[in-house]
Write a protein that binds this ligand. Structure first.
Ligand code: RET
Length: 133
C-alpha cells in the first residue's frame, strides 16, 4: 500500500486560478494565493489522515477517516460547508465535497515518489505536483 505520510513541497500548480475563480475567491486573494508554493504535511495512521496545507499566507488543515463522511468548512478558502468523504480508488484517494458547489472534490495519488493533487470544482481542474522534502 502507498504511504502518503511526509512533507511535500509544491513543484507545479496548473490552473489554480481557474479553481479559485470557481470557488469564488476574490481577485486580491487570488493574486497572492497564485504565487504561493505550498507545502503539504500529511500524517497517515491506518485509514486516518491529517492533511495540512501550509503557506506563508494562509494554512488549511483537515482530518478525516477513509469512508467516513465529515463536516468540512473550507476555512480560509471560500468558507463553505461541505459534507465530505474520502475513499480509496485503488491507491488513489478520492474526495467528494458535497455542498453548494457542483462537482467539487479532489484526488490524491503518488507516482514516482511525487504527490499529485487534482482539485475539482464545477468545470475547473487544478493539477498540483509535489516532491518529497
Ligand atoms: C490557500 C491560500 C488561500 C487561498 C486558497 C488556498 C487553497 C487551499 C487549498 C487546499 C486544499 C487542501 C486539500 C486538503 C486535503 O485534505 C493555499 C490556503 C484558495 C485548495 C485538498
Amino acid at each position: 500500500p502507498v504511504d502518503y505520510s511526509g512533507t511535500w513541497n509544491m513543484l507545479s500548480n496548473d490552473n489554480f486560478e481557474g479553481y479559485m475563480v470557481a470557488i469564488n475567491i476574490d481577485f486580491a486573494t487570488r493574486k497572492i494565493a497564485g504565487l504561493l508554493k505550498t507545502q503539504k504535511v500529511i500524517r497517515q495512521d491506518g485509514d486516518s489522515f491529517t492533511m495540512k496545507t501550509l503557506s506563508t499566507f494562509r494554512n488549511y488543515s483537515s482530518s478525516f477517516k477513509i469512508g467516513v463522511e465529515f463536516d468540512e468548512v473550507t476555512q480560509g478558502l471560500d468558507n463553505r460547508k461541505c459534507k465530505s468523504v474520502v475513499n480509496w480508488v485503488g491507491d488513489k484517494m478520492v474526495c467528494v465535497q458535497k455542498g453548494e458547489k457542483g462537482n467539487r472534490g479532489w484526488t490524491h495519488w503518488i507516482e514516482d515518489d511525487q504527490l499529485y493533487l487534482d482539485l475539482y470544482c464545477e468545470d475547473q481542474v487544478c493539477q498540483q505536483i509535489y516532491e518529497r522534502k
